[in-house]
Design a protein around this ligand. Structure first.
Ligand code: NDP
Ligand code: 8X3
Length: 256
């Protein structure tokens, strides 16, 4: 166990699974106190039981609930209120249908979670960071925010939002000691595909067939690196992919 984050407080959203859970564990093992947020209380409690109730503070939170987020951040115990690292990770993809067939409800949920939820938590935590002149906002984007693919429509667009919001944060935070980083992973095996395909485990497993995808721990390692650099260094963005993933050529539809 390293201890270089000792004394630092991290708030991780979506800490009940995948990247968020791995980030909570990695930051905790590096010495931080972690506020682990998510909707599934049983999983947060299990995380606290595993890593230590004095190290992990479970926070049941739906990032789409603006009032709930504002109240929860304002009500953090004084010892945990000065958040140093915010990992805005909560998010999801729903469906892989072309835009003309996709569900508008799914689109709404992705926008509400990946965009509105992310800015709501950021807006609640940021004033304290600026007042203390220290802090780091780490936003989990995706390669889907930079490269289009069929069926990526609104999901990819929400992640492009995450990338641009992160860069715009950098502009607004200039002159403060507060940092902002976008982490943009490619294919990673978590519960992501299970959620995308509404619990269809066979369809989700197919996504990773014959591939060694990124793991949640790989992504957490990138987050740890970015937040561990000296205070004068800002990593704007990290894009990472499995070696077995790359880019398609332009798609051309030819008339026959
Ligand atoms: P998982 O499905 O494994 O984890 C998603 C997490 O987000 C869960 O902890 C879930 O918690 C939480 N979450 C979802 N909706 C809400 C909400 N309304 N309020 C609070 N928490 C919520 O997926 P990943 O770990 O893969 O995904 C994490 C992030 O990484 C997402 O933003 C995703 O878009 C992004 N990403 C994923 C990639 C991949 O290939 N896996 C690649 C690139 C980016 P709960 O349900 O308990 O609330
Ligand atoms: C998750 C990766 O390629 O399924 O953001 O969109 S991808």
């Amino acid at each position: 166990m390293h201890t270089h984050l000792a004394g630092r407080i991290a708030l991780v959203t979506g800490a009940t699974a995948g990247f968020g859970e791995a980030c909570a564990e990695t930051l905790c093992r590096a010495g931080a106190q972690v506020i682990a947020a998510g909707r599934r209380k049983d999983r947060l409690d299990a995380l606290a039981a595993r890593l230590g109730k004095d190290r992990i503070h479970p926070l049941v939170l739906d990032v789409r609930d603006r009032g709930g987020v504002e109240k929860a951040v304002a009500a953090l115990p004084p010892a945990l209120a000065a958040v140093d690292v915010l990992v805005n990770n909560a998010g999801l993809a729903l469906g892989l249908e072309p835009a003309q067939r996709a569900s508008l409800d799914d689109w709404d949920t992705m926008i509400a979670t990946n965009c509105r939820g992310l800015v709501t938590v950021t807006r609640a935590v940021l004033p304290g960071m600026v007042a203390r002149n220290r802090g780091h906002v780490v936003n989990i984007g995706s390669v889907a925010g930079s490269y289009p693919y069929p069926g990526g429509n609104v999901y990819g667009a929400t992640k492009a939002f995450v990338r641009q919001f992160t860069l715009n944060l950098r502009s607004d935070l200039l002159g403060t000691g507060v940092r902002a980083t976008a982490i943009e992973p490619g294919m990673a095996e978590t519960e992501f595909s299970l959620v995308r395909f509404a619990g269809d485990a066979a369809k989700a497993a197919k996504v990773y067939e014959g591939v060694k995808p990124l793991s949640a721990a790989d992504v957490a390692e990138a987050v740890l690196w970015a937040v561990s650099l000296p205070a004068h260094v800002n990593v704007n963005a990290i894009e990472l992919m499995p070696v077995q993933q790359a880019f398609s050529p332009f798609a051309i539809h030819r008339k026959t």
